[in-house]
Design a protein around this ligand. Sequence first.
Ligand code: 2BA
Length: 148
Amino acid sequence: MISLYSGEFLGLSVKELMIPSERVAHVQVGNSLEHALLVLTKSGYTAIPVLDSRYRLMGLISTPIIMDSILGLERIEFEQLDTKKVESAMNTEIPRINVQSNLQSSLNLLVDNPFLCIEDQSGIFEGILTRRSVLLRLSNEVKRNYRK
Ligand code: 2BA
């Protein structure tokens, strides 16, 4: 595990491992909850980023959040899917990392979050760092060092 100790792995830039914004499924603040549910279901992801019209990161929306926001006293009020907007339900308290940061500063956050949203200095969404991409890179590093 030489590269782990030498800091090579932890020093990797998050930019190197991120899924770029154009490949990330997302919705906009003004979209209906019905649209968000459609994107979540079609993409197969549990949670996805919410952006504004200027591509700034505003929060996250997930299937459990949507279901919770249309839960009435005695039934799920599906008719609300069409009228409620994503911004009224989304989670705005999310960890954000800067595109210039390295892996070391992000690892701790990935313990409790399956992915981290990456933004630039002006809050523009750049992409996501997933547990999968970090673990894949770690796995490759370990294999590479075993071969040495
Ligand atoms: P989840 O949707 O809960 O997915 C958990 C893990 O299941 C993913 O881990 C991935 O390994 C697998 N997975 C789920 N849906 C998949 C699909 N359609 N294609 C391929 N693999 C799939 P990670 O790859 O580490 O992703 C962690 C979380 O990041 C995901 O959680 C999802 O919320 C988000 N995510 C990943 N890629 C995304 C993308 N392109 N667009 C939007 N959100 C994404």
